[in-house]
Design a binder for this molecule. Structure first.
Ligand code: URA
Ligand code: SF4
Length: 219
């Protein structure tokens, strides 16, 4: 199956999913959207009020800020892929619970495997935990690390930036690093394929295995 077909299949399953209790309160599930060939994948927390109504990720105030951040590095939504850790809205925007995140994780893994992004940007605490464990966002935000064969970078959630000016600045600064990290990922992929004597091709994820996140030398 092509990446596009896998993403469509995931979206279809998500639309009728009842694997966790969040299915009870949703208006529409929000599988995520963007290009199947995205180099950059953004992973947020879960749908809010507006997302639940429209079935699309990041369309409320946090989404407007995300659009602004994307524009600041000359990107549009259609250049990237945007999804969430849980695909259905938690009641009253409460935090997603462990069992809900676990129930939804397979959809996220299939999306990641289909897209094979060069860079994964986690937005907020819950998607950060998937790649960085129990580290503190205040310490690791904006730093690129290799994890599960992907280059990951943790950022504050855009909604946090709406409430706190200092975080807004931090997110803006962290976003500016994304093009550098993508360029570095391109360089590393080209170098790896030269070493193995193959034609340059996009970075592919390595075998999944437990490894401590590797700090990239450049940042
Ligand atoms: N916040 C999120 O984490 N995800 C959305 O889709 C919208 C707001
Ligand atoms: Fe299914 Fe995920 Fe929605 Fe839970 S949050 S019902 S696992 S799609």
């Amino acid at each position: 199956m092509s990446s596009e077909e896998i993403l469509k299949e995931v979206a279809l399953e998500v639309s009728t999913c009842a694997k966790c209790k969040l299915c009870n309160g949703r208006t529409r599930a929000v599988p995520g959207e963007g290009t199947p060939t995205a180099k950059i994948l953004f992973i947020g927390e879960g749908p809010g009020y507006h997302e639940d109504k429209q079935g699309r990720p990041f369309v409320g105030p946090a989404g407007q800020f995300l659009d602004e951040l994307l524009a600041s590095i000359s990107l549009k939504r259609s250049d990237v892929f945007i999804t969430n850790v849980v695909k259905c809205r938690p009641p009253n925007n409460r935090d997603p619970e462990q069992d809900e995140i676990a129930a939804c994780d397979d959809y996220l893994d299939r999306q990641i495997a289909a897209i094979q992004p060069q860079v994964i940007v986690t937005l907020g605490r819950f998607s950060m935990t998937k790649f960085f464990g129990n580290e503190r966002i205040s310490v690791i935000h904006g730093r690129a690390r290799k994890k599960d064969g992907y280059i990951c970078i943790a950022m504050y959630h855009p909604a946090a930036g709406l409430h706190q000016a200092s975080l807004k600045d931090a997110i803006r600064q962290d976003f500016k690093k994304i093009p550098l990290i993508v360029a570095e990922a391109d360089r590393m992929a080209a170098e790896a394929s030269t070493r193995s004597g193959n034609q340059p091709k996009p970075a592919k994820p390595a075998q999944k295995h437990e490894e401590p996140p590797q700090q990239l030398s450049l940042f």
